[in-house]
Design a protein around this ligand. Structure first.
Ligand code: OOG
Ligand code: MG
Length: 263
């Protein structure tokens, strides 16, 4: 098959898998040509299909696999990115039905909202902080379209890095007033502590994940734009969601955000 066909075929399979809630086998076995570069082309095609079908638009980016906890959980040892659409955003406090998901999981993350462009290839942590209007606590709901959440980096990248929904706390903080590296966090499921740590869990500094993204996007002629929201990637292992579950991600100095799930 020629490359453009592979892009269309895989994007369509992933689109249908999400729509019909039916998981698929990972693609690398069937398509040995599926490398990271091709995977980002598939991701772009998949996102275009959703933009069209859902009459929505791109609002930012998500990082994936930026912490050791997540890399070990997934057996993948480098970060990835995906696209956030307006249709994926949930309002704080809105109950979330798990019915559209295949096997969703919840992750504690830090959201960055930019007020300046960030263009690679030499973006640093300092550049990211200078271009950040505010930060806020976030919970990402991921849902892989692959059986058993089993995939290689290229598979997951094609699947828009397992993105599904996200919720950002609606109180916003100037990043100058917190040390994002040392900022402690507590992640709770139904009141019980599931994970604790500090911002440095993400690449030594959460802003480094945003810098990595800007520099990575430069390779495909893209940049981060003012107004875009960027999710840092999970600071701890993702937790499976059951109906009735309640997850709270609390961060020192920037408050918390809570996600409550229903049938
Ligand atoms: C890939 C996406 C990971 C994160 O925050 O690390 C991700 C996956 O593990 O399914 O969203
Ligand atoms: Mg995530």
């Amino acid at each position: 098959m020629i490359k453009t066909d592979v892009v269309d075929v895989i994007a369509k399979e992933l689109y249908d898998a999400e729509k019909n809630k039916t998981a698929v086998d990972k693609f690398v076995d069937q398509y040995p040509e599926l490398d990271e570069a091709l995977a980002y082309q598939i991701q772009d095609r998949l996102v275009e299909m959703k933009e069209e079908a859902e009459q929505t638009k791109r609002v930012g980016w998500k990082l994936g696999l930026t912490s050791k906890a997540k890399q070990e959980m997934m057996g993948v040892h480098e970060p990835s990115y995906g696209v956030l659409l307006e249709s994926m955003q949930l309002n704080e406090g809105e109950p979330i039905s798990i019915s559209p998901f295949i096997h969703a999981k919840a992750e504690p993350e830090i959201a960055f909202v930019l007020n300046k462009e960030l263009k690679g290839p030499h973006v640093s942590v300092a550049d990211v902080l200078a271009a950040t209007a505010y930060v806020a606590p976030a919970i990402e709901i991921i849902d892989s379209r692959f059986y058993g959440f089993k995939f290689t980096l290229a598979d997951a990248v094609s699947d828009n890095s397992s993105s599904s929904k996200f919720m950002i706390g609606e109180r916003f903080y100037n990043p100058e007033n917190v040390d994002l590296r040392l900022m402690g966090f507590v992640y709770r499921q139904n009141g019980e502590v599931a994970a604790t740590g500090a911002g440095a869990a993400v690449m030594g500094h959460p802003a480094r994940a945003v810098a990595w993204l800007a520099n990575k996007l430069y390779q495909v002629g893209k940049s981060l734009k003012p107004g875009e929201v960027i999710l840092s990637g999970s600071l701890s292992a993702a937790l499976e969601i059951k109906p009735g579950d309640q997850f709270t991600a609390s961060f020192d100095g920037i408050g918390f955000v809570q996600a409550v799930f229903t049938e």
